[in-house]
Design a protein around this ligand. Structure first.
Ligand code: 5AD
Ligand code: SF4
Length: 525
């Protein structure tokens, strides 16, 4: 059966491109004439269920469904031949990895990737909802892409990722950006072939966002970026509900992949020659808590340490769930890198309490002490929010003193951003924005100083670098990361890309190191 017959058998009329153009224009005209209430009731009450934050918060006892049966419908398998896709990714590594999955699905549908928006037949914006400025960037980009839709009505423009899980975002797109063809949520990625099909052949904007706790879909294809480092999801979602955070609503409940599925994926990556894997989850220390057998991140890491892969990292940790078993396992195996990203968020126990972080300053410091005792060379990095509602000067000073006391080597620092639907967004806040900005500057100055001081200690030292490729600034320079996650730039032959080499540090900067390759360390052909 050829493609046309297949489509006919499904009773889908494949329009020619003039039809599509005029259909799309008719569609746009009709949409423009509708009031926003009409639009919302049309899309939500008749065809679609809107994302719903209250529903997204529900955590039932029901077991997680694991699916191993993903497949691309036959009629969509070659639909992308000769066509191109582009995915723009915002936000965290989880999103980067979701993009690899979507790229894998589209590749299996026959599409190839492009970086040029003018060349693309499908453009997806994989969005982040964590702070307001992340959302503003996406709305700016949606506006920039509008002319492309007029140029090419066949173009499918989709919005996915965390922002799609927000009711207010979906409403705004329906009201103001009716040229968008497709909105789908974080639980709907495996439905991409069907959604593209609907967007291609249907007349309406396709909206599919499930406000559910989430399943696990195991056998999704992946088009990984590069062949040296790989991401591996070990769990999805978050049940912590820190009072400022939107993630538990946009990503569903904590659900762990089975150890055997993870181990198999890591083994496969090792066999393919990958040198580093990063195990991913919003709160990896909660790994296994949803199993009906005793098994945690420490057990998983122990298992993974036996695989012949030189570097294993994991992110992101939550101090509350970081247990002694994990510390013990990390301290024993060389391929489990002791770089620990341990978001603290604030140095004040009072602020931590209202953030619902479920640990105090003292408990955090005690955890750091235990980690350092077991791993004297551990690198600690963190995330910090300044200007949480009504944070006082004294409370902020406590954050500064904690940063010094722990000696973080780097930190991601943010001004608090209220997220609609989270508890703290409803609280009155008497701290002026000017004060928050000033605090951020002071914090950043301290973090930069600590980073520069750490870097200075490397002067003259020889470090092991996993060479990732040419440096972004200069193609004659190679770059890669040390075990402790320091970016090193050095001159060397291209043949060492993908290898582990020794580099002697000749110059140190605030965030990066310069060095010279120690020739004897590798065989250069
Ligand atoms: N405002 C500012 N920063 C936030 N983060 C999460 N939610 C918010 C928010 N509402 C930060 C936290 C988290 C990191 C990924 O983003 O520091 O660890
Ligand atoms: Fe957000 Fe807290 Fe979960 Fe991290 S642990 S994703 S900050 S709710």
């Amino acid at each position: 059966m050829n493609e046309k017959q297949r489509l006919a058998s499904q009773q889908i009329k494949q329009p020619n491109s003039t039809d599509v153009k005029s259909d799309a224009n008719d569609n746009l005209d009709r949409l423009k004439q509708m009031s926003s209430d009409d639009l919302i009731s049309r899309y939500f009450q008749t065809t679609y269920e809107p994302p719903n934050m209250r529903k997204a918060k529900k955590r039932l006892k029901k077991d997680v469904d694991i699916h191993y049966d993903f497949e691309i419908p036959e009629e969509m398998q070659n639909i992308g031949e000769g066509k191109k896709f582009m995915i723009r990714t915002y936000g965290c590594q989880m999103n980067e990895h979701d993009t690899e999955v979507m790229a894998g699905i589209l590749t299996q549908m026959g599409y190839t990737s492009t970086d040029d928006t003018h060349d693309a037949d499908i453009i997806l914006l994989n969005t982040c909802a964590i702070r307001e400025n992340a959302e503003n960037k996406v709305f700016g980009e949606i506006g920039h892409l509008k002319p492309l839709k007029t140029e090419n009505p066949d173009l499918i423009l989709g919005v996915c990722g965390c922002m799609s899980q927000e009711e207010s975002v979906v409403n705004r797109i329906l009201e103001k950006h009716q040229f968008v063809d497709l909105i789908f949520g974080t639980h709907n990625i495996h439905r991409l072939p069907q959604l593209v099909q609907e967007a291609m052949f249907g007349k309406e904007m396709v909206v599919e966002v499930w406000s559910k706790e989430g399943d696990i879909i195991e056998n999704l294809p992946k088009q990984r970026k590069g062949n040296i480092k790989a991401w591996v999801n070990i769990m999805y979602g978050c049940d912590k509900f820190c009072t400022y955070c939107i993630v538990p609503y946009t990503r569903g409940k904590e659900r762990s992949r089975l150890p055997e599925d993870i181990v198999q994926e890591v083994r496969h990556l090792a066999a393919q020659g990958y040198k580093e894997v990063t195990l991913l989850g919003q709160n990896v220390n909660a790994y296994g808590k949803d199993f009906d057998f005793e098994y945690g991140l420490g057990d998983l890491m122990e298992e993974i340490s036996k695989i012949d892969i030189p570097r294993v990292r994991f992110t992101t940790s939550h101090p509350r769930d970081f247990d002694d078993r994990l510390i013990d396992v990390l301290s024993k195996h060389d391929n489990l890198l002791d770089h620990i990203h341990l978001p603290v968020q604030s140095g004040s126990s009072d602020i931590l309490r209202v953030m619902a972080r479920r640990y105090t300053r003292e408990q955090y410091l005690e955890l750091v002490r235990k980690i350092r005792e077991a791993m004297p060379n551990a690198t600690l990095t963190t995330d910090i929010i300044v200007g949480f509602p009504n944070e006082t000067d004294e409370q902020f000073e406590e954050t500064l003193s904690l940063v010094e006391e722990v000696g973080f080597e780097s930190a991601y620092t943010f001004i608090y951003s209220p997220r609609e639907g989270t508890p703290s967004a409803r609280w009155e806040d008497h701290t002026p924005m000017e004060v928050k900005k000033e605090r951020l500057q002071r914090l950043n100055a301290l973090v930069n100083q600590q980073s520069a001081d750490t870097m200075k200690k490397y002067q003259g030292e020889t470090v092991k670098v996993l060479v990732e490729g040419e440096s972004k600034k200069d193609p004659d320079v190679l770059s890669g990361y040390t075990e402790r996650n320091k970016l090193v730039n050095f001159r060397g032959p291209k043949s060492v890309i993908g290898e582990m080499v020794d580099v002697k540090i000749t110059n140190t900067k605030t965030w990066t190191l310069d060095g010279e390759m120690v020739e004897s360390a590798v065989e250069v052909n």
